[in-house]
Design a protein around this ligand. Structure first.
Ligand code: NAI
Ligand code: MG
Length: 354
């Protein structure tokens, strides 16, 4: 019996998630055959369709059902007829939090054949490490006097020493394996309690990791610098909200949000980690078969790496790059290939060599 057997929960979810997740399983199944490991997929029909039938995004014991799996591969959730906070807080956020996936890793590189809105983008090779379970995404607060002129909303951000320490340590250790440069996104001039606290804890954690230079940069200036000089950045550590915004920005600089992957990681591996493209369900193109599967495929590569299948993970990235250098591109990148056609090109690249 193969000791390299993995059980992965699949949540294709909504919209183009239903198109790009099957692309990823086709490719991973092919990699499993070539690299000698076994994949068992557990298909979960959760998401908005499930919501319309059952009044919730996943079953009451959904988290429990996922807990004995090795990883989760997710497409996207979000439906035009449902409020986004319902879909997000009904599925994604509970999974991230219950499984303590406190690191949200978002690598961005410029793949072949991509036209960036920037003039000089070759040097762009950045990993955003986004804090994933606290910060500005908090349920603390409330609304009162609804519908009256006195109506108000209070939204608290939650920053803990434990939460900042562990994400900063992960980011610093990652920077040490790359080019040794860590940028911390802050706003300690305007947000006067949580951000100075963030700065202090990040600085003290990073000082313990050898070979890492830390820069603390205000988020607004950082956004501008990323557009002007993307090659200056290596690893960026950011709070939940700042990291979310920066990673979409950087992904767009690299050509399309359709190519960008993410990993929601529980570093101590007490719980499954979850891998998903950063894009959403893209209702504007859903059902047309034209979605770019690269973000999903790259996410699957991050998953394989996490599972210990580094060779297969690298082979997958090489095959994606081969297909793209051969000019097979989806519409978001100016090409004419559909999802299936692109996926077939990746499968061909896999079997013809690497
Ligand atoms: P989106 O990422 O779904 O789409 C933004 C634009 O990018 C659209 O024009 C879309 O066609 C294009 N696009 C996205 N992915 C693409 C791909 N793979 N190939 C080609 N083009 C692609 O973001 P939007 O429109 O703001 O949100 C749509 C829904 O998705 C909302 O309900 C939102 O809440 C949800 N969403 C879910 C996320 C998740 O599941 N993690 C993340 C972001 C949004
Ligand atoms: Mg986002």
């Amino acid at each position: 019996m193969n000791s390299r057997r993995y059980t992965v929960d699949l949540i294709a979810g909504d919209g183009i998630g239903q198109e790009v997740v099957p692309a990823a399983t086709r490719v991973v199944d092919a990699l499993a055959r070539r690299h000698g490991f076994d994949m068992t997929w557990r298909d979960r029909n959760w998401g908005s369709a499930y919501f319309f039938e059952h009044g919730r995004m996943m079953p009451v014991d959904g988290i429990e059902q996922l807990s004995d799996g090795d990883a989760i591969l997710l497409g996207a959730v979000g439906h035009p007829d449902l409020p986004d906070h319902e879909t997000l807080w009904g599925l994604l956020i509970p999974i991230r939090r219950e499984f303590l996936q406190y690191v949200n890793l978002r690598p961005v590189r410029v793949l072949p054949g991509v036209v960036s809105p920037l003039r000089d983008v070759e040097a762009l090779d950045i990993v955003v490490v986004r804090e994933n379970v606290e910060g500005e995404y908090s349920a603390v607060g409330g609304r009162a006097y609804r519908g009256t002129t006195d109506e108000f909303a209070i939204q608290e951000a939650v920053f803990t020493r434990t939460g900042i320490t562990r994400v900063a340590r992960y980011a610093a250790q990652l920077a040490a394996t790359r080019r040794g440069s860590l940028t911390s996104a802050t706003k300690s001039n305007g947000i006067i309690h949580s951000m100075p606290f963030w700065d202090e804890v990040v600085a003290s954690v990073v000082s313990e990791v050898e070979g890492v230079r830390l820069r603390s940069t205000l988020i607004d200036a950082l956004a501008a610098a990323l557009v002007l000089r993307p090659g200056d950045f290596d690893v960026i550590v950011a709070s939940n909200l700042f990291g979310d915004i920066l990673s979409d920005l950087i992904a767009a600089l690299a050509g399309s949000i359709g190519i960008a992957p993410s990993a929601n990681i529980n570093p101590p591996r007490h719980h499954p980690s979850m891998f998903e493209p950063i894009h959403g369900s893209a209702p504007d193109i859903a059902g047309k078969g034209i979605a770019n599967p690269v973000g999903q495929l790259w996410s699957a590569s991050l998953m394989l790496d996490h599972l210990g299948e580094a060779e297969a993970a690298t082979a997958l990235m090489t095959a994606i790059e081969t297909a793209m250098s051969d000019g097979v591109l989806t519409a978001d990148l100016g090409g004419t290939a559909g999802t299936q056609e692109f996926t077939s090109a990746v499968l061909r690249a896999l079997s013809s060599g690497n």
